[in-house]
Design a protein around this ligand. Structure first.
Ligand SMILES: Cc1cc2nc3c(=O)[nH]c(=O)nc-3n(C[C@H](O)[C@H](O)[C@H](O)COP(=O)(O)OP(=O)(O)OC[C@H]3O[C@@H](n4cnc5c(N)ncnc54)[C@H](O)[C@@H]3O)c2cc1C
Length: 416
């Protein structure tokens, strides 16, 4: 530090798409603000994703305020360099006041609002928007500590491509979007994959000739509001859909994985003396996932009928139930040499180690009501189901930023 204090109405922390969408909405309202970013614009996409990742949302589904898709492949899926270029271009088009390489090291409440400390200077602001991301840290269960030392362990944030891994078996814990995508790629690289399956959400990529994301968007599923669902705590914990964005528009599910030779096991329950135990719930988890998928497809079919799509799109179909062997194994000896690497695809969490405002719950998440934080003048963006089901996606940031910037504007007006 050392440079003088700068006063500004609003500090936005993070220049991912969420912080930028908020910046655009603040500019539209003529609110003076700065966006502080520890790395480059779209830093998470540049530094924390694996090489082959494509967005699982189609190109048309990255609508940001004042910036819709205008290319000639609306149904394609962006690569990571394309995603970075897209977010970079958005920052330029909206002329966002971003200060890159400016890490926020502390935020404290003060009488006038907040004091935000970076490595170069301190900012004083009347309102604060935390858009620092939901996925800053990979979650690793505590049982990882009991894994024998000869087995390499890594998280999806460290994984780049299969050539990084020893030859030999790979155990992937977690069967949501990340776990299933990595299982597919690594199995095809010649390393036999075993995937540990807990709660997961199965989805067809294409349904009745349209992308599943199109159906969920058109039928209003993605717009469902946080204050209209029965159990928002549970809804915010729902795992990501088993989807991948491939040019072939393939459906990625446990059946497509077992077809190429991936082995399914239950959720990891414990590790001791080099032996790992799996939960016996694999068949139930798969049956439950099939049931939930079919329930969503039923709702889509009802919507399609009510909205005149029958006859214009193919008739409803259902995927074959998930195939699981009758008595899946309940344990494995990690000392046998079969498994050389474990990848923990067990989710992500945010990092608020720099946040000195007392707004965190017991689990370290910011307490908020649809993005309005309990500390006056503080707002949150980019968290799962923040205000709508789509909040976690690039496509969800626009509506959230519009709502929260309106709230923020009246908050500032009330304080004047
Ligand atoms: C593996 C993966 C795949 C995904 N695929 C899709 C997809 O296909 N489609 C989709 O719509 N969404 C997808 N998402 C979800 C979501 O769009 C991304 O997580 C997205 O990066 C979130 O945007 P954000 O702006 O909220 O956070 P981020 O992009 O993480 O941006 C937060 C920014 O804050 C900065 N920051 C953090 N701490 C500080 C600090 N202390 N000081 C200054 N700056 C800080 C970070 O450097 C970062 O640039 C995916 C997420 C993951 C993890």
């Amino acid at each position: 530090m050392g440079a003088p204090l700068r006063a500004i109405d609003v500090v936005v922390i993070g220049a991912g798409h969420a912080g930028l969408a908020m910046s655009r909405c603040l500019s539209e309202r003529g609110i003076d603000h700065v966006v502080l970013e520890r790395g480059e614009i779209a830093n998470s996409w540049r530094t924390e994703r694996w090489d082959s990742l494509h967005l699982l949302t189609p190109n048309w589904q990255s609508r940001l305020p004042g910036f819709a898709y205008e290319g000639n492949d609306p149904d394609g899926f962006r690569t990571i360099p394309e995603t970075v270029a897209y977010i970079d271009r958005y920052a330029k088009v909206i002329d966002a006041p971003v200060k890159t390489h400016t890490k926020v090291t502390s935020v404290q409440p003060v009488d006038t609002g907040y004091q935000v400390i970076t490595e170069e200077r301190a900012w004083s602001c009347r309102a604060l928007v935390v858009a620092s991301g939901a996925c800053n840290i990979a979650r690793v269960p505590s049982l990882a500590a009991a894994v024998p030392a000869r087995i390499s362990q890594l998280t999806p944030m460290q994984y780049r491509n299969p050539s990084q891994l020893d030859q030999g078996g790979v155990l992937i814990a977690g069967a949501s979007a990340t776990g299933t995508q990595l299982a597919h790629e690594i199995q095809l690289s010649g390393r036999p994959v075993t995937i540990s399956v807990g709660e997961h959400i199965r989805m067809p990529r294409l349904y009745r000739d349209r992308d599943i994301q199109w159906w969920m968007d058109a039928s209003g599923v993605m717009d469902e509001r946080y204050d209209h669902v029965d159990d928002i705590v549970r809804a915010r914990k729902v795992p990501s859909l088993q989807l991948t964005g491939s040019p072939q528009r393939m459906t990625l599910d446990l059946n497509s994985l077992t077809t190429i030779g991936v082995k399914l096991i239950g959720r990891l329950a414990g590790i001791g003396d080099g032996k790992v135990q799996f939960s016996g719930s694999l068949r139930n988890q798969c049956a439950m996932s099939d049931l939930k998928m079919n329930r969503l497809l039923d709702a889509i079919d009802t919507w399609a009928t009510e909205n005149g799509f029958d006859g214009k799109v193919p008739a409803p179909t259902r995927l074959e139930p998930t195939r699981v062997e009758d008595s899946p194994p309940l344990g494995m000896n990690l000392n046998s040499g079969e498994i050389r690497t474990i990848i923990w695809a067990t989710g992500f969490r945010p990092d608020y180690s720099w946040l000195g405002v007392p707004v965190l719950d017991r689990k370290g998440y910011i307490r908020h009501d649809g993005g309005v934080v309990s500390s006056p003048g503080m707002y949150l963006m980019g968290m799962p189901f923040l205000r709508r089901r789509k909040s976690t996606l690039i496509d969800g940031a626009g509506d959230d930023a519009r709502d929260l910037s309106a709230h923020l504007e009246s908050y500032l007006a009330g304080r004047r």
